[in-house]
Design a protein around this ligand. Structure first.
Ligand code: HH2
Length: 263
């Protein structure tokens, strides 16, 4: 899944694709590089991000969704708002990626007969990284996701995915615990999506690995993004959400080739 942020403030590419022509060109490039889905978002959910009004989010994403869907691109709409999801599905989006895993947004996917992603987030982007706490992060995230995914399926969503929400109300240790225990999600039977691409935890891990311990900025997290995508793949994750599609496709192609040499 390739990321297309039509936003001024996303943490790694904010402002680059706010212009609709630039957004379309980038989406087409990602599809050519091998993305199966293009995930179009009009609201940054990075830590401390402010919410975006509905009309503004629609203005950002809808023209892009319309054109890409008409070109036959498989579009996913990344939104927490039912009205945005509904308009995007009407414009041809075939997946709703909901970082709030809310029943209202799941109902839109069900009504539209499109795929639905339930992602786990503790709190709200504005404050979620202030003091995230869990008793057992893996069990709590799994139980939450299974409950929301079962509800989405019962409501009629034809295909339901789950995503642990790396970096959404989680410390580095919480993220590492979740990534080390992806099998707890995979065994639920719901297909699993994971997004680690360019995230802050990779900067922290790079600092641990580097003499001098400097944290890697978002522009320097490709290696960590690829390493964690490969890790997720080997743990049975069905899809990764990434900014660097070409490099990820090549990395996963290599690991698939090694894992199944006769194929
Ligand atoms: N991460 C981001 C946004 N949407 N959706 C899912 N399902 N899983 C994720 O891990 C996920 C997501 C954050 O990344 P990005 O879109 O690059 O940043 P921003 O929220 O600043 O636009």
């Amino acid at each position: 899944m390739g990321v297309l942020n039509v936003t001024p403030d996303s943490f790694s590419d904010g402002g680059r694709f706010l212009d609709h022509d630039a957004a379309l060109a980038h989406a087409r490039a990602l599809a050519t590089q091998g993305a199966h889905w293009i995930d179009v978002g009009g609201e940054s959910t990075r830590p401390r991000a402010d919410p975006v009004p509905e009309a503004e989010e629609l203005r950002r994403v809808l023209p892009v969704v319309e054109v890409l869907a008409a070109e036959g691109v498989a579009v996913s709409i990344d939104t927490r708002k039912a009205a945005v999801a509904e308009a995007a599905v009407a414009a041809g989006a075939r997946m709703v990626n909901d970082v709030s895993a809310s029943p209202e947004v799941a109902a839109v996917a069900a009504a539209g007969g499109v795929a639905y992603v339930a992602m786990h987030m503790q709190g709200e982007p504005a404050t979620m990284q202030e003091d995230p706490r869990y008793g057992d992060v893996v069990a709590e995230v799994r139980d939450f996701l299974v409950a929301r995914a079962q509800a989405a399926r019962a409501a009629g969503a034809p295909e339901v995915w789950i995503d642990p929400g790396i970096g959404f109300g989680k410390t580095l240790d919480h993220n590492l615990d979740l990534l080390a225990n992806l099998d707890a999600l995979v065994v639920t039977g719901f297909p699993v999506l994971v997004g680690t691409s360019r995230k802050g935890m990779l900067g922290q891990l790079a600092a641990r690995a580097t003499p001098g311990g400097a944290a890697a900025p978002a522009s320097d997290r490709l290696e960590g993004s690829l390493a964690t995508a490969v890790w997720a793949r080997l743990r049975g994750v069905a899809m990764v959400r990434v900014h660097d599609v070409g490099a990820t496709v090549r990395a996963l192609g290599a690991v698939d080739g090694v894992a199944a040499p006769a194929a």
